[in-house]
Write a protein that binds this ligand. Sequence first.
Ligand code: SF4
Length: 285
Amino acid sequence: MNNCILCPNDCKIDRTKSMGACLSLSTLKIAKYYPHPFEEPPVSGTNGSGTVFFTGCSLKCKFCQNYEVSRNLTGKEISVNELADIFLELEKLGVHNINLVNPTHYYDKIIDALKIYRPKIPIVVNTHGYEKIETLSKLNPFVDVYLPDMKYFSPTVSMRYTGKSDYFEKASSAIEFMINSKPKIYDGELIKQGVIVRHLILPQNLNDTKRILEWFAPFKEKASLSLMSQYTPFGDIKDLPELNRKITKREYQTALEYAFSLGLSDMFYQETKSADTSYIPKWDY
Ligand code: SF4
């Protein structure tokens, strides 16, 4: 925290005094925790996924659906002990797992909390994918399931939407590490260990989607894919006119057909009516 290099931004700043690219100080800050019913079925199950939303973000996509949390820093500061108490509270509610959403910039504090209380249910790391393997390696012994995004293939696209041209390079290495670390284990319908790679299809971006599906195809036996249609215009997109609409049924169908043509069958997909701001949680913590 005195010379933070937790993620590929390598800010090398003292987070006890100032914020880096993730807009986060060294103190933990969360925006919400609750049993989340809308993750993939093996994650949410019947009782929900015990989700903790962390404030700040080391990637900061311009169209972020959780903009209030990633950019406007909605949330409340908590201690490591309080985070451990939240794990226990969620577990007692009967959720199927503890789901850490956007935890990258707090990994060291999360490890400290898990050393205080290690739930008996799986620990899920839910990340944008822009990660460092050195940091993931430290967290990995505490993790059972990874839910990484694979957002962009082209450096031009990732530069346009995040200001980073190395997204695919960093995310593909990180996700390969995750897949090799966590072979798939299911208990009935619920995931106990493994990786579900998520890809959110963006308007007018099918070329990037197809390259990502091609990248994922060699991993199809080892990991699952979630092909998401839920993009809805949000955030700082005034200079990005192509993002000012939802994706069409035709775009989603084209992506699905391409995935099937590559032999991808262990796949989660959504109805296009999932693209609705009513699915964005209320940040009420
Ligand atoms: S975690 Fe935050 S401060 Fe640390 S390197 Fe990443 S963006 Fe910079």
